[in-house]
Design a protein around this ligand. Structure first.
Ligand code: EPZ
Length: 420
C-alpha cells in the first residue's frame, strides 16, 4: 500500500485544473447499461473507482474502452451476472441496480455494507424500485430484484437524513424505461444527479424537474447511445481552494463550476478567505486573517458533507472556536482522532465537532480512513511543522485524480512512498 510523505510549511502557488466529477461519472457509467448502442463519456477522471466500475460493466457483458479520459461503452449483450467479488467491494456499484432492472427486468447486486462514515443503508433504493413494481429479496448479502414490467409511480424518496443521491439516480434510471409516468418527490438536487439526468435525456429519456426536489420521468420504449462531458468535480475544486487558504498560498483553479459551489465559497469568504473570479477561473488565497466559522452539512445546496473534513483542517489553523455539525452521515468524524495526532484540539459532542483552532500543528504518521478524511489529513500535513506520513492513501486514489502530482505542481513537498 502507498503512503504520502509530506513536508509541511510550503504555501501552494500556481494553477490547477479540476477533473471530471467522480460522483457524476459512476452513475453515468451505470446509465450506459440502459442501451445497446455506443455511449461516449468525456472528462472521465483517472480514479480507482472508475476502473472498478469499468471492470463491473465488462463483467456484465459490456464492451468498455478508456483512453485519455474518454470512456466508450457498448452494452449490446448483457449477461446480467456481474463479477460479484468486484460488486461486493465497491459501494457505488449499487447504481447498476436501476439500469439492470430496466434493461433486463432482473438484477443481482451486492448490499453495499457499511463503511467508516456510516451504515450506508439502501432502503430508499429498494423502496423506489418496489414502487415501480419490482419484487425484491435479499439473499446471502445480495439484492435480487425482478420486474417483468416496470410501471411508473408517484413516490416519496426522502429518508431520515433527507434525499438520497444514488437512490435518486437509481430510481430515475429505472423509471426511464418504465411504462407511464414516475414522479419522485424529495429527489436529490446535487449537480451530479443533474448530470446523470442530462445524460439520460441525451439518450432519449424524458426527464423534467432536473435539479429540483420533484423529478418527473415519462417512460419510453428504449434509449439510444449518446455522448456526454462529465461536469467538473466541485468537491475536488473545493479541496484545492481550502488547501490554498490553509497553506497561506495563492492558487488559480481552472475548470470549476462556481455555480455548483455557492455554499463552500460563501463559507470560505465568511472565514476570511479571499475568493475571486478571474474569467472562468477562481483565485483563492488566505486573505488577511482567518476567522472561525460554524458549519452544518446538509443536502445540496447546503454545505456539502464531502467538504466537512477539509474545512475542519482549515478551522484547526484558525484562532477561536468553530463548531462543525454533520447532518448527512451518522459517523463522519473518523479524521478527528488522526488530526489530534498532528496537535489539533477537537472535541466531539454528538453530531458536532468543536474545533479549538490556532494550536501549532506538528507532523506525525496518520492513517487515512475515508476519501475526504484523507484529503483533510494531506491539507493538515502540508501545514504541520516537519514531516507527516499519510498512510493507506488508496482511499485518496479512489476519488482524486493524481492528487500528489497536482499538489507537487503547486509547490507542495509531497511524495508517494511504498508503505513499509
Ligand atoms: C453520495 O453517496 C456520494 N457518493 C457521497 O460521496 C456523498 O457524501 C453522498 O452522496 C451525500 O452527498 C457517490 O455519489 C458515489 P446518500 P450516497 O444516499 O448516494 C441515508 C464521497 O466522498 N440513506 O445521499 O450513498 C444515508 O445513510 C462520497 O465522494 C438512507 O437512509 O449517499 C445518508 O445518511 C462519500 N437510505 C444519507 O441518506 C438509503 O437508502 C445520504 O446518503 C440511502 C441513503
Amino acid at each position: 500500500m502507498d503512503s504520502l510523505l509530506i513536508k509541511g510549511g510550503t504555501p501552494l502557488h500556481g494553477d490547477v485544473t479540476v477533473s471530471g466529477a467522480k460522483n457524476a461519472v459512476l452513475p453515468i457509467m451505470a446509465a450506459t447499461l440502459l442501451t445497446g448502442e455506443e455511449c461516449v463519456i468525456r472528462r472521465v477522471p483517472k480514479l480507482s473507482d472508475v476502473t472498478f466500475m469499468a471492470e463491473i460493466l465488462k463483467s456484465l457483458g459490456a464492451e468498455v474502452k478508456i483512453a485519455d479520459g474518454t470512456l466508450t461503452v457498448r452494452a449490446a449483450k448483457l449477461n446480467g451476472v456481474g463479477d460479484y467479488d468486484l460488486i461486493r467491494k465497491m459501494r457505488g456499484s449499487i447504481c447498476i441496480l436501476g439500469p439492470l432492472l430496466a434493461r433486463l427486468h432482473k438484477a443481482k447486486v451486492s448490499l453495499p455494507g457499511g463503511c467508516v462514515i456510516g451504515s450506508r443503508p439502501v432502503d430508499l433504493h429498494l423502496k423506489g424500485i418496489k414502487a415501480l413494481g419490482a419484487k425484491v429479496t435479499i439473499d446471502s448479502g445480495y439484492i435480487l430484484a425482478k420486474a417483468p414490467k416496470l410501471i411508473g409511480a408517484d413516490l416519496f424518496l426522502g429518508g431520515r437524513a433527507g434525499p438520497t443521491v444514488l437512490g435518486t439516480a437509481n430510481v430515475m434510471m429505472a423509471a426511464t424505461l418504465a411504462e407511464g409516468v414516475t414522479i419522485i418527490e424529495s429527489a436529490a438536487c446535487e449537480p451530479e444527479v443533474m448530470d446523470v439526468a442530462n445524460f439520460l435525456n441525451a439518450m432519449g429519456a424524458k426527464i423534467s424537474g432536473i435539479g429540483s426536489p420533484t423529478i418527473t420521468i415519462t417512460g419510453v420504449k428504449e434509449l439510444h447511445g449518446a455522448e456526454h462531458d462529465v461536469i467538473p468535480d466541485r468537491i475536488e475544486a473545493a479541496t484545492f481552494a481550502i488547501a490554498a487558504a490553509a497553506t497561506d498560498g495563492e492558487v488559480t483553479i481552472h475548470g470549476a463550476r462556481t455555480d455548483h459551489m455557492h455554499a463552500v465559497l460563501d463559507k470560505l469568504r465568511e472565514a476570511g478567505v479571499k475568493v475571486e473570479r478571474k474569467g472562468p477561473s477562481l483565485v483563492v488565497s488566505r486573505g488577511r486573517s482567518l476567522k472561525p466559522v460554524d458549519i452544518t452539512t446538509l443536502p445540496y445546496s447546503g454545505f456539502p458533507t464531502d467538504c466537512q473534513a477539509q474545512m475542519m483542517a482549515l478551522m484547526m489553523l484558525t484562532n477561536g472556536i468553530s463548531i462543525i455539525t454533520e447532518r448527512v452521515f451518522e459517523s463522519r468524524f473518523m479524521h478527528v482522532s488522526e488530526m489530534a495526532r498532528l496537535g489539533a484540539d477537537i472535541a466531539i459532542e454528538g453530531p458536532s465537532a468543536i474545533v479549538k483552532g490556532g494550536a501549532p500543528l506538528s507532523g506525525a504518521a496518520v492513517m487515512a480512513s475515508d476519501l475526504r478524511a484523507s484529503a483533510a489529513l494531506v491539507i493538515a500535513g502540508m501545514v504541520a511543522r516537519g514531516q507527516t506520513l499519510v498512510k493507506r492513501i488508496y482511499h485518496l486514489d479512489r476519488g482524486y485524480e493524481n492528487i500528489d502530482d497536482k499538489l507537487r505542481g503547486l509547490g507542495a513537498k509531497i511524495e508517494r512512498v511504498q508503505e513499509t
